[in-house]
Design a protein around this ligand. Structure first.
Ligand code: 3UK
Length: 544
């Protein structure tokens, strides 16, 4: 099956084949997928849903909108026509999407992909500088942008490859003369559009990842990868059904959110609540108002929401998914005490699209992420890539039906070695096959020759009632090489000071091996985090 991309930029910027991870397609569903030559994942998720008779089912919901599957399809088809007929989109062109999570953002993603474009969703908070890097790196010619977020895109656009923009919502003054509305263009088209017959290995979207440091990398995901992700973790671990109502905080520009709040609900005929703002209090309200049953958010957000756990006891919530960062056993326990609900922890990455190690709430082991998700294989390896025996700490290596392909980036050689994806995480596997997160491979603290994983100390600190949030790093020390230092955000009603420092140190010594206790403790009002909620440890290294 030849590529449908007339603009061949993405295929020209794939990593060389010898640097690709080795893909595996295990089981009948993934084998059948691997054999498909032609596949448009948006048509597979949306047109197929309507053909299956789900057209009248509720699909996408926000505080002021309820769309059925037929409505989302019609909106997506109009977006596709605006792109092709008004904006001159050619299959393979990259289309920047810039919006908070809304039904229109969902229609734009589906419309771009149906039209054979390559969607490039971006985080709403990005500034002109960061947008410019993305426009240049992905050679982006088209954009669909929320009018409220126009300023930074306009500031990034001049001199960039961007040629055509349509705005969603009321244009502001800043847009001035170049203001063309997406909605008014959509109204001029009919609501039918036949999806471009892309090859299953054509790129459907690019996901940018900066990790916690460094120059952003663009990961390339094929139409096939999107469906492969739907067939693994959601089917085997989450096990949601058409009656479920999904909700959560991660942006659709983060693959955790794209999967959890768009691809996976559509794949099973469920509905999804898209909240443009999803701080913990707004999430609690959203869960109640919309009768949400499946929740996707970060460990930090669970900790904050636990304070209002009582209100959630009477909600319909039944699946609580945590990812993005290690889930401390203390947070799992706090959530259970507050709400009576269990949690599904899962490690995923932008490179692998979604979750590859996880466990259902029933099969979870506190402190462990879980077991290999069916479809994926994992191992813990030493610095030469050789598998280590159970119980030893090493680097996590993964492979499956999705995997890392960076767009024109030398760092492909770091992430993929000997056909395995190396996530950059230190893990230990136990005899039952559960994977225990230790730290990022570069975050290991070595103090007086002892290896200490920061998350373990954080977990111990968080089980103390005075601690709202905390982060642990290693700081240079003449005598010990490094010492453990903790940054702590206190709960209301607790005062920083010598007595609190001593109480927290004693608590850690009584909870885990005493040599791991934080010899230094500083108090902060808040921890530095990325837009996806990840702790920025490197910023703490420069903090007082
Ligand atoms: C860390 C975790 C321990 C880990 C993501 C679910 O987080 C996602 O993608 P990113 O590319 O970051 C990947 C890195 O984040 N991590 C994520 N989840 C966990 N560490 N326990 C966890 N449960 O360092 C990993 O290498 O931002 C998560 C689905 C899709 C995603 N993109």
């Amino acid at each position: 099956m030849p590529s449908a991309h007339l603009d061949t930029f993405t295929s020209e910027h794939l990593p060389p084949p010898e640097l690709w991870p080795e893909m595996i397609f295990e089981g009948p569903a993934l084998q059948a997928l691997a054999e498909r030559q032609q596949l448009n994942c948006a048509a597979e998720l949306l047109d197929a849903a309507v053909e299956r008779g789900w057209g009248g089912r509720t699909c996408v919901v926000s505080d002021n909108t309820t769309w059925t599957y037929a409505d989302l399809l019609a909106h997506s088809n109009r977006v596709a026509q605006v792109l092709v007929h008004d904006m001159g989109l050619v299959p393979g062109n990259r289309v920047l999407l810039r919006s908070p999570n809304t039904p229109m953002m969902a229609a734009c993603w589906m419309g771009v992909v149906k039209a054979g474009g390559v969607a490039v969703p971006t985080m709403p908070l990005l500034r002109a500088r960061e947008l410019r890097v993305i426009l240049d790196k992905a050679q982006i010619s088209h954009a669909l942008c929320d009018a409220a977020l126009a300023d930074e895109l306009l500031a990034a656009a001049s001199g960039s490859p961007l040629r055509e923009v349509r705005w969603v919502g009321e244009p502001t003054n800043a847009i001035g003369g170049m203001g063309k509305s997406l909605e008014s263009a959509m109204a001029r088209h009919g609501d039918a559009f036949t999806a471009v017959a892309t090859a299953s290995t054509d790129t459907a979207f690019l996901a940018f990842t900066s990790g916690t440091t460094g120059v952003p990398k663009a990961t390339m995901h094929f139409h096939r990868d999107v469906i492969a992700a739907c067939l693994c973790w959601p089917r085997h671990t989450l096990r949601a059904t058409a009656d479920d109502v999904f909700i959560g905080s991660p942006p659709l520009a983060f693959t955790f959110g794209l999967g959890g709040l768009l691809l996976f609900p559509l794949h099973v005929g469920a509905s999804t609540v898209l909240l443009p703002q999803a701080s913990p209090p707004l999430l609690v309200e959203g869960i109640q108002r919309h009768g949400a049953t499946v929740l996707f958010t970060s460990p930090t957000s669970y900790r904050a929401m636990a304070a209002r756990g009582d209100e959630l006891r009477s909600s319909r919530l039944r699946h609580c998914v945590s990812a993005g960062e290690a889930l401390p056993a203390a947070t799992r326990q706090l959530w259970h005490q507050a709400t009576g609900l269990g949690m599904i922890d899962g490690i995923g990455s932008t490179e692998l699209l979604h979750i590859f190690i996880s466990a259902t709430a029933e099969e979870s082991v506190p402190g462990a992420t879980g077991r290999e998700v069916p479809g994926y294989r994992a191992q813990v390896v030493d610095e030469h890539g050789h598998p280590l025996p159970d119980g030893s700490v090493g680097s996590l290596a993964v492979r499956g039906p999705t995997g890392c392909r960076y767009l024109a980036d030398e760092r492909q050689r770091q992430y993929v070695q000997k056909g395995w994806n190396l996530t950059g995480d230190a893990y230990r596997r136990d005899a039952q096959g559960y994977y225990h997160y230790v730290s990022r491979t570069d975050d290991m603290i070595v103090s007086s020759g002892y290896n200490i994983g920061a998350p373990e100390v954080e977990d111990a600190l968080m089980s103390h009632p005075a601690v709202a949030e905390c982060a642990v790093i290693g700081v240079a020390d003449e005598e010990r090489g490094q010492i453990v230092k903790a940054y702590v955000v206190l709960r209301a009603g607790h005062e920083p000071g010598e007595a609190t420092v001593k109480a927290l140190q004693d608590h850690v010594k009584a909870t885990i091996a005493p040599y791991k206790y934080p010899r230094a403790i500083s108090f902060l009002q808040a921890l530095p985090r990325t837009e996806t909620g990840k702790l920025q440890r490197f910023k703490l290294r420069d903090a007082p």
